[in-house]
Design a protein around this ligand. Structure first.
Ligand SMILES: [Zn+2]
Length: 190
């Protein structure tokens, strides 16, 4: 199984997508690799994987995240699909944010929404070196194609446990989701 560094095309796509859709990743150092071994996970073909570089590996490299793409599949994608894949992988990369707190009986407690999910502020968490604390974010929803076909993406998302975009509930949910993969040092998301 071989890996090689992505060329200018991919690097430029990452920069463009970062600027357009992921401004919170401005300071993130993202390595892009290609592999000749396509990964199969269950019944899914994995075109890309996003990983957070562990504290241990950070000593050896200068990166915060790694994006690994299937070289064979990449070559077959249209321009639009390539951007979508990069955009998708960048969506797995996130910064940790400070939870909203309230003082109850002289003690600070995180604020929960009506469903018991932690609500986060826009404030970014920083490490001791003053760098943003990075984390991975899981998918917003998983679903069945046939349900999406029969009822549309909004209803399919809702009954799949995901509140459609723009709702207040969705924001709290998205924040809670983003916070879920706790402080594990090395993680990956497909
Ligand atoms: Zn994914």
């Amino acid at each position: 199984m071989g890996f090689w560094l992505a060329g200018t095309e991919i690097k430029m796509m990452i920069e463009k997508m970062k600027q357009e859709n992921h401004p919170h990743l401005a300071e993130a150092r993202i390595a892009a690799l290609l592999t000749d071994k396509r990964k199969i996970s269950g019944n899914k073909i994995v075109l890309g994987t996003a990983k957070k570089v562990s504290a241990e590996d950070k000593v050896l490299s200068d990166f915060d995240f790694k994006i690994i793409l299937s070289g064979e599949d990449w070559a077959q994608l249209t321009e639009k699909e390539k951007f979508a894949l990069i955009d998708h992988e960048l969506s797995h990369l996130d910064v940790a944010r400070v939870p909203q707190t309230e003082t109850v009986g002289g003690r600070k407690k995180p604020v929960k929404d009506e469903f018991g999910r932690t609500i986060y502020t826009d404030e970014i968490k920083y490490d001791d070196d003053g760098k943003p604390k990075w984390k991975l974010r899981s998918h917003d929803f998983e679903n069945f194609f046939h349900i999406a076909e029969r009822y549309g993406i909004e209803i399919a998302s809702k009954v799949g446990g995901y509140f459609p975009p723009d709702g207040e509930k969705n924001q709290a949910r998205a924040a809670a989701q983003a916070a879920e993969p706790a402080e594990a040092d090395e993680e990956s998301s497909e």
